[in-house]
Design a protein around this ligand. Structure first.
Ligand code: ARG
Length: 261
């Protein structure tokens, strides 16, 4: 009798902790209390706001959003027992989508900044990056950061590249584009003198635009993280999942799949 009782107790405890960990429906529950929940069957969806024009973090391949962020997000959602739904939008719409509750989280090679922290919470960082400068190979106008002064500089609207150039580069004429690719296109057309953008997408853009190159001098170091609504109970769950995915090597494997150097 004792044994049976403790087995039931242990079972109940297991269920509760499984339910506590899972932010989303738990399909395997069978206690009386959770019957209604389990018959809801379908896993809850978690909407990720992103801007899928940022290879290798998020970009489209045959209509599907792929990349480092898409895969890490999928792994996090799997751990939470949720179904990942990716919503593609302009980069500068992501934070509003999250604060308004239209999206559950934002993940877009997004840099943690103090300013953004005033409107959203960030998870622990899952990787880092640097801002670099792209120029036309042989026009010699910009050879380093100092040469940006007074130049026309292309950036993606609302990104940290936009922020740095607008705040820190004296007399810069900042041209803001919805997509990084459009900023690089403007560079190849001679409409801007340089583009400031994250290093990995920069590599992809340069590979697609012969005649452009990345300058050796970096602009700034950054940490990427996932953003969630302020006070969201998901943040801690995301952090736990991210830690597990870091510890078991999943994040490393995903990054190495897309970044080969
Ligand atoms: N790291 C930069 C930022 O947070 C640029 C991110 C752009 N991401 C994108 N998916 N377009 O501002």
């Amino acid at each position: 009798m004792k044994k049976i009782l403790s087995a039931i107790l242990a079972g109940a405890m297991l269920c509760t902790s499984a339910m506590m960990f899972s932010a989303c429906g738990n399909k395997t529950e069978s206690t009386a209390d959770s019957k209604t929940e389990s018959s809801a069957a379908e896993a809850k969806e978690l909407h990720m706001a992103t801007n899928a024009a940022f290879e290798p973090y998020e970009y489209k391949e045959g209509g599907e959003v792929v990349g480092i962020d898409a895969e890490i997000a999928k792994a996090v959602c799997d751990k939470l027992g949720c179904k990942l739904v990716i919503d593609d939008m302009d980069f500068d719409a992501i934070i509003t989508a999250v604060t308004s509750g239209k999206a559950d989280f934002g993940m877009a090679g997004m840099t943690v900044t103090d300013e953004r922290k005033q409107s959203v919470d960030f998870t622990d960082s899952y990787t880092n990056a640097v801002q670099v400068i792209i120029v036309n190979e042989d026009d010699g106008k910009v050879a380093g950061k100092a040469d940006l002064e007074g130049k026309t500089i292309g950036v993606q609207l609302g990104t940290t590249g936009d922020l740095y150039v607008s705040d820190d580069v004296k007399d810069a004429q900042v041209e803001r584009f919805n997509k990084g690719a459009d900023a690089v296109l403007a560079l190849t057309q001679g409409k801007v003198d340089a583009v400031v953008i994250d290093n990995q997408p920069a590599k992809a853009f340069v590979a697609q635009n012969p005649g452009t190159k990345i300058l050796e001098e970096d602009f700034a170091n950054e940490e990427y993280a996932i953003c969630l609504a302020k006070g969201s109970e998901l943040t801690e769950k995301f952090n736990t999942a991210l830690k597990e995915l870091k510890d078991d090597g999943t994040i490393d494997t995903v990054i190495k799949k897309y970044i080969k150097d």
